[in-house]
Design a protein around this ligand. Structure first.
Ligand code: NAP
Length: 288
């Protein structure tokens, strides 16, 4: 008798809430006929070391890691890939013959969304990133390494923004500076910016009326405006930018492509992007 023994992957975080990753990955496994299953693992804070040991003990193929464990998981792993080492954060773990490798696919996920999906040419461009948290770090390092010309980081905690700028300057020859997250500062830098990227949670469901300190008139084509938020699909910032004629990109593509990169690390196969997008959009529609 053949035992039903799918390879298990999942997501570790706490609390996990409504994560989109299980339906997105399970639909992709099913579509490709892969004997994998993706499950949520809400791991309480004291149990993280045991949970990570459990990946080895149970022969789990790997997992995603989310808030609040992206940094805490690092000392519990055997190896760090450059993508995670540079950022000091892991969002994907791969179990290779009993040894755990940590990766970070957030930055490449954003880059693929911008360049492959939206066909934006980033070479030599000036990019303004709002925020200096985990997502901003991933996006900033990846874009600096991918050939943008100039990077401006605007964060509420200016010191944190400066630290991120210094970290990038240590590695990449990208002209990088940190400015204050204040309306008059953003107004003065925006005319020289090609791509604006919001990584602040302002405008995320249910606080959909919030937005960064930016006035509508400062958003002018050919500026490309990205928001890492995917729920709602069009934040107030994106709606205003679109009204002004700017190209807009939301966080859905980043979510799909960071998942697609993890999928490929676990299975060795290219992820079916269209299937993942369809499932994600169905689940988002149900949440609105
Ligand atoms: P994080 O590490 O907690 O960073 C949050 C950032 O937002 C910090 O720079 C923080 O500034 C700033 N911030 C928070 N509240 C603020 C406020 N009221 N006013 C001004 N600044 C504020 O979070 P994260 O992991 O980077 O996530 C940030 C956003 O990206 C979230 O909306 C998340 O859903 C989204 N995200 C999307 C994807 C995707 O796949 N699409 C992936 C990852 C994250 P301080 O440093 O001053 O506190």
């Amino acid at each position: 008798m053949k035992l039903f023994s799918p390879q298990l992957v999942g997501i570790i975080g706490y609390p996990l809430g409504h994560t989109m990753s299980p339906p997105m990955h399970n639909a992709a496994f099913h579509y490709l006929g892969l004997d994998f299953m993706y499950v949520p693992f809400p791991v309480q804070p004291d149990h993280l070391p045991k949970a990570i040991e459990g990946i080895k003990a149970l022969g789990i193929a790997g997992c995603n890691v989310t808030i609040p464990y992206k940094e805490q998981v690092i000392p519990l792993l055997d190896h760090l890939h450059d993508s995670a080492n540079m950022l000091g954060a892991v969002n994907t773990v791969v179990n290779r013959d009993g040894e755990l490798w940590g990766y970070n696919t957030d930055g490449i996920g954003f880059l693929r969304s911008l360049t492959e999906e939206s066909n934006i040419d980033i070479r030599g461009k000036t990019v303004l990133i709002l925020g200096a948290g985990g997502a901003a770090r991933a996006v900033a390092f990846t874009l600096a390494g991918a050939g943008i010309g100039r990077l401006i980081i605007a964060n509420r905690n200016h010191h944190k923004g400066l630290n991120l700028a210094v970290d990038i300057l240590h590695i990449y020859p990208c002209q990088t500076e940190a400015v204050e997250l204040k309306a008059h500062v953003l107004k003065s830098v925006l005319p020289s910016v090609d791509i604006l990227i919001n990584t602040l949670p302002l405008g995320m469901y249910p606080q959909i009326d919030e937005m960064p300190p930016i006035e509508e008139e400062w958003l002018n084509p050919p500026l490309v405006v990205c928001d890492l938020i995917y729920n709602p699909p069009k934040t107030k910032l994106l709606a205003l930018a679109k009204k002004r004629g700017c190209r807009v990109i939301n966080g859905e593509g980043m979510l799909i492509y960071q998942g697609a990169e993890a999928f490929q690390l676990w299975t060795g196969q290219k992820a079916p992007i269209l299937i993942m997008r369809r499932v994600l959009e169905q689940h988002l529609l149900r949440q609105v």
